[in-house]
Ligand binder design. Structure first.
Ligand SMILES: Nc1ncnc2c1ncn2[C@@H]1O[C@H](COP(=O)(O)OP(=O)(O)OP(=O)(O)O)[C@@H](O)[C@H]1O
Length: 701
């Protein structure tokens, strides 16, 4: 690849202002080239296609391409540069969100996902990867305001432009003021991409081969979600054709979370990735009931897969009667043992129940055909289909291999003790079977009030009947909370693709939360996988993480807190308020928090949310209110967040209300402290804890 002629020398000559001026000139040139690429595409005429269908398709492709070539004046086309020594000599590459080339096809900006860009993210003084100089740019509203050089060939870092607060020589220390400024930048609106500052250990995950399923364990704020989304973008770039066909899916815990992360992939130019919550993914009807915890836990247990397998395949009857098929003046008789051989062969083939059922009628017809032919009658191929569809054959097939649907099978299991006992014999104990049975069974499957746990069972049944189509890649976030049956459901959606599984065992807040990734990955169908641990914390500042980490020994012994990479130690205020003054103290904390730019999250026990919303409104503080079904559409500065949905979210400043009540709302102490740990680790710069009840002992320190 020829060098990008940014300027005559790959190193930086002249004063910092000269350097910045040359880089700005390169940016102006890149913008011109992007405009030229867009105009060229706009001038292409879809009507030259062979026919109307192809013309419409081409039109769509061109419109998409024009959209992808839009220039966003609020940002720059590149955020970094590497000067390399390659077999072609000295070369310079500017790295940006998308590829820009000149009219000879030579690169002006290389895509961050292109192989050459790997060195921008991973080169280090010990392993320079051919890079002599790495330059990062400070950016403000579409202009380059600063740069920072890091020499990887042992030379001294050049001067940098001191005109901006975000500059400073990275030198050989690896410390980057531009990275620090990016991490400290106040959050507003939904999560943003981290493409200009992906760290080496994160980049290794992002660029892992498509065939590899990866599990990432990481403490709060270590960038798991960010890494998973950038991995999806990288895979789509590197394996576009394959993944455009098979699809990529991101699964998160709830709607508020999806709204929080939903802008990242579009900002990277990837608009065709589906985002779903685990509940919408496994939607087999409406959830109208809630199981008591022991029932939900049992329904989520992997042993249920065996029970369901038996419940379906146990419906295939033994052939103990001959099949008699009249044809013309004769009646053809196929003995039961011949039919049983066919049934056994079908069961052994491993096809899904309904597909095998379709085959059965053909097999039965074939047995009749053999008899016809043996008697000298050769009725031709078409006759087999007619025999397969004939009333005696379909009736026989139905009695042997009844048509099933998921709701029907589950309805029978949960309402009929004998049917359940037959399927669960030797798998579930008698008291477990009793637990599963409905106290007052509905009269029909249509009247059944399914629970969330039932959805995973229905999904398993649907897959036993008909194969679930597999996607090319699935990113599963907050995976620690899924039950084994839910994990199986996600896994089958990547049965021929691969998975990126993200989570933190210490943040598991369901009674069935995973306590070992090996187990979870086995349920996902990926016993062979790569496990990576991220431990550098980008979100939570030192003071706040130290406070939250007091909980770890009590609820996740063995798991460490992240090492905060933040320069800013953050701010921690613990406010003890008189019970009658608690709401007033919360309002005061929020008033103080809104004086600075950036988002504010008020995280409270779910039961307090309505009253707090009223208190904030009375105090004239506009706020959004998140719940499991929606995020905040209006992008307000203050969000009121029930503790049960705070997972995965972040705010510049967080006010946590009554930690003891947050912990007490969970079914057991361990889960309560884990919920609290999640809640306390949402803050980027400041945390205020307001309490009237004593703090939980583990937190009081
Ligand atoms: N390399 C990076 N450069 C800049 N910011 C980063 C980087 N990595 C992560 N971040 C930021 O750190 C914050 C936390 O990231 P993220 O939400 O992905 O963490 P997480 O591990 O999923 O956290 P949690 O377990 O709490 O859900 C985000 O604001 C993200 O943009």
């Amino acid at each position: 690849m020829p060098a990008t002629p940014a300027h005559p020398s790959p190193t930086t000559l002249g004063s910092p202002d000269d350097v910045l001026a040359r880089e700005q000139a390169h940016l102006d040139r890149a913008r011109d080239e992007l405009r030229r690429m867009r105009e060229t595409t706009e001038s292409l005429d879809a009507s030259t296609a062979a026919d109307a269908f192809n013309a419409a398709y081409l039109d769509l492709v061109l419109a998409r391409r024009v959209a992808s070539l839009q220039d966003d004046p609020r940002t720059t086309l590149f955020f970094g540069r590497i000067d390399c020594r390659t077999e072609h000599g000295e070369e310079t590459f500017h790295v940006g969100r998308r590829h820009v080339s000149d009219d000879h096809g030579d690169p002006v900006v290389v895509d961050w996902r292109a192989p050459i860009s790997t060195a921008f993210y991973r080169a280090s003084p010990t392993e320079p990867m051919g890079v002599e100089l790495r330059r990062r740019f400070g950016v403000d509203r579409g202009r380059l305001t600063a740069y920072e050089d890091e020499r990887l060939d042992g030379g001294a870092a050049d001067e940098t432009d001191d005109a901006s607060a975000a500059t400073g020589a990275a030198g050989s220390t690896g410390h980057s003021a531009i990275l620090a400024a990016e991490i400290e930048r106040p959050r507003s609106g939904p999560m943003r991409d981290i493409v200009s500052t992906i760290q080496p250990e994160q980049d290794e995950i992002v660029r892992s081969d498509i065939a590899t399923s990866i599990c990432v364990q990481g403490a709060p704020g270590t960038g798991k979600t960010a890494v998973g989304l950038h991995r999806a973008a990288w895979l789509l770039y590197s394996f576009r054709q394959r993944l455009d066909r098979s699809g990529v899916l991101v699964v998160g815990p709830n709607r508020a979370f999806l709204d929080h992360i939903g802008a990242v992939l579009p900002s990277l130019g990837e608009v065709r990735v589906r985002h779903a919550t685990i509940d919408t993914l496994l939607e087999h009807g409406r959830v109208r009931a809630q199981d008591p915890t022991p029932v939900a836990a049992l329904k989520g247990d992997a042993r249920m897969a065996r029970v369901l397998h038996r419940a379906v395949w146990g419906r295939v009857a033994r052939a103990d009667e001959a099949m008699v098929v009249p044809r013309g003046s004769r009646r053809w008789r196929v003995p039961a043992y011949d039919i049983q051989d066919e049934v056994d062969a079908l069961v052994a083939r491993g096809v899904r129940y309904s597909a095998a059922r379709e085959l059965l009628a053909q097999r039965l017809a074939h047995l009749v055909m053999l008899r016809l032919e043996a008697s000298g009658d050769f009725p031709g191929e078409a006759a087999q289909g007619a025999i397969a569809r004939s009333a005696p054959v379909t009736a026989y097939a139905k009695s042997l291999w009844p048509p099933l649907d998921p709701a029907g099978v589950l309805f029978r299991l949960l309402s009929d003790a004998d049917a359940l006992a037959e399927a669960a014999e030797g798998v579930l104990a008698a008291d477990e079977q009793r637990l599963l049975l409905w106290d007052a069974p509905p009269r029909t499957k249509g009247a059944a009030r399914w629970s969330t746990a039932d959805m995973a069972l229905l999904d398993e049944l649907a897959d036993l009947l008909e194969r679930t189509p597999s996607l090319g890649h699935v990113v599963l976030d907050e995976a620690q909370d899924l039950s084994p049956m839910q994990l199986r459901a996600v896994g089958r959606r990547a049965s021929t693709g691969s998975l990126t599984v993200l989570g933190d065992l210490a943040q598991g807040t369901t009674p069935w939360a995973t306590d070992a990734w090996e187990t979870a990955m086995a349920h996902l169908g990926r016993p062979e996988h790569e496990l990576v641990v991220l431990d550098r914390g980008f979100r939570v500042p030192g003071l706040v993480i130290e406070f939250a980490a007091r909980l770890l020994p009590a609820m996740a012994p063995g798991l460490g807190a992240p090492r905060s990479v933040r320069d800013n130690p953050g701010r921690l205020d613990v406010v003890a308020a008189d019970p009658a003054r608690r709401s007033a103290a919360v309002v005061a904390a929020v008033r103080a928090a809104v004086t600075e730019p950036g988002s504010v999250g008020v995280i409270a026990p779910d039961a307090f949310v309505t009253a707090l919303s009223t208190a904030l409104a009375r105090a004239g503080i506009p706020h959004g209110r998140l719940d499991a079904d929606h995020g905040d559409d209006d992008d307000r500065q203050v969000e009121l967040v029930p503790a049960s949905i705070a997972k995965g979210l972040e705010f510049d400043r967080v006010v946590v209300v009554e930690p003891a009540a947050i912990a007490a709302a969970e079914p057991d102490q361990r889960t309560g402290l884990r919920r609290l740990y999640v809640v306390l680790t949402r803050a980027v710069s400041g945390l205020t804890v307001v309490h009237s009840d004593p703090l939980p002992e583990a937190l009081a320190g």
